[in-house]
Design a protein around this ligand. Sequence first.
Ligand code: HEM
Ligand SMILES: [Ca+2]
Length: 675
Amino acid sequence: IHLNYQTNLPQLLFDTNPSLHLSGPGAAFAKIAAFGPIPARLPVNGFGSAADSSSASGATISFSNPPPPLGSTVDPATQTCGLAPPFCTKSRYRSIDGNCNNQQRPSWGMPQTPYGRLALYNYADGVSALTKARSGRPLPNARDVSLTLFPDRQLVDPIWNLNTQQWGQIIAHDMSLTAGVAQSPDPIDHKDPVTCCDDNGRLTADVTSNPVCAPLLIPPHDPVHAALGTQCMNFVRTSTTRDRGCTAPQAPAEPISAVTAFMDLSLVYGSSIGQADPIRARRGGRLLTTVRNGREWPPQEPNVTMTCESAQSPNEPCYLAGDIRVNQNPQLTVLQVILMREHNRIADTLAQYNPHWNDEIIFQEARRIHIAQIQHINYYEYLPILLGYENMVKNKLIYPGAPSYINDYNPGVDPSILDEHATAAFRHFHTLIRGYLKLVSENRNLQAAVRMSDWFNRPLLLELDNTFDSLARGLTVQKQSYSDQFWDTEITQFLFKRNNTFGGDLRATDIQRGRDHGLGSYIATRAACGLPAPKSFNDMLDFISQENLAVLQSLYESPDDVELVVAGSLERLVPGALAGPTFLCILTEQFYRTRVGDRYFFENGADPDTAFTPSQLQAIRKGSSMARLLCDNGDAIEAMQPRAFELISPQNKLVPCGQLPAIDLSLWQDARGHF
Ligand code: HEM
Ligand SMILES: [Ca+2]
């Protein structure tokens, strides 16, 4: 498959707008800026060691973010804030919880550690209270901001299909999860469910007594909720280092993420041994499955009432996987099932080639290959759509055409997920969501469409008739929504509505989450990115339209109060990317860190014990694609377009699955001799 993004994305980020150079005073970007003028491609011989490859491009790797001192409280029993093992042993395989990926900083990237930060904390009291306006008055009502600035207009993307949207959620779930927050319909992460606002939209006693409550209040003119008498929508604050007793009294609370930060398919394998164990088959290196109608499905979640809306029958499927959000919406679940099946497909093939391998070796080798494939798809096929191909090349996020290893692992780079990324920039892609999901036949005819809000947390849909394949094909045929300020009402009026007429508002939740985490303001974040920092509302016209600016000005007292989550989503897109300059800066920084901060990144060949052989690496690059993944793991998908994030077109025609390049797993035959 030749992935030629230049055809689709003709404009080059840094060529078209020099003012977007990530070279300002923002310390966070010193290391990217330090690379100076960047050639479109690295010299092909330059991939020896980290030092070699940087000198080959005339760059110096600078450790602009020196590691903070170790010493956060570590409590294995209660999982506080940074559960680092006392020492690291050498392992060919990633640990399940990411410990010792960084051998000097063993807890980096682990679950239950804080999000990273670009800009300073912006809590109202400097320590933990939700952000307020500079004046001390409240910020505009989050639901009101959602209603005013993010209405529903069905503008669709001319190139990218719904799979692009949906795969984004897979990546999001691999990277972060707000700790201690219920993921619907009931609190999962908490032993005691916290309900700040009940099912009928009434404030509960917890609101005043429980400090984790910060419910969204319904404004009086709310077009749907005012008439219904709804007072609120539930919102529970994210657990922080302060809640868990690992922050000095005057230090700001750091919100915690509950999954591994690494791009390591933690959503498939779990982020802890406790999550990983129950989903392993302990046979043939496989993940546990349940067979129904001759197909393999994930095992049943033991705690159905906490996880699914199986109101109709307790026997309804409710899946258990590496991530608690697996059942959230049908298309997410389709991709989770595809990924589970892909592991077993690799495991079964490896077992055939290597009858002498035991369960553990097959499992770990299959996991390792699977993660490599997904990293390849994410960096070379998927992320260029969002971040822009040239932008990625220039900032050394990808090395197209590299003949062999790319040894850019940098132990000084913290792989934690930036809060600006998880809570603002990557959530912007909620804008890509379509409220109705198409079911499509093998000859690509529309069979039916379902409303997303009828199927939140009810994976039963996948197992009805041949819906699984129809949903998967729908992903590749339906257009995704355009990356703009228009949000589908299925997620702004009907989120997790259950048996009610209306439900929650994801946009309002995103805005409130930004305040909960004390995110730096829009202006502060632009400054941290090295972008020009507006001094007035009018200065924001460089990235935001006059029309939107007028609304911002009517909502916020001062330009300094304007929020990152809100204004970032209003910026004009950078040509060739699906985000504006500020979010693009954050996304680029994050995916750079996710790459060079991962010792096990699939292209790293510095350590022969953990590296793929050059021919294996080549096989991964050649044979891993979204199209293959769908072909190999659907129930009976026979044909797919080669570029499966792109709509079918004369340049991207359906082809029989057998014509798509596949990974040659025979290269792993007897490979144990090399371990
Ligand atoms: C398909 C339907 C989707 C639904 C129903 C959905 C729903 C949600 C919900 C309920 C949250 C937690 C909100 C909170 O309490 O703060 C969330 C968080 C998030 N979502 Fe989505 N989402 C969807 C798709 C996506 C997509 C397509 C992306 C990105 C491409 C994405 C990225 C994120 C991120 C980064 C977070 C924060 C993760 C964390 O750190 O906890 N989501 N989403
Ligand atoms: Ca992960």
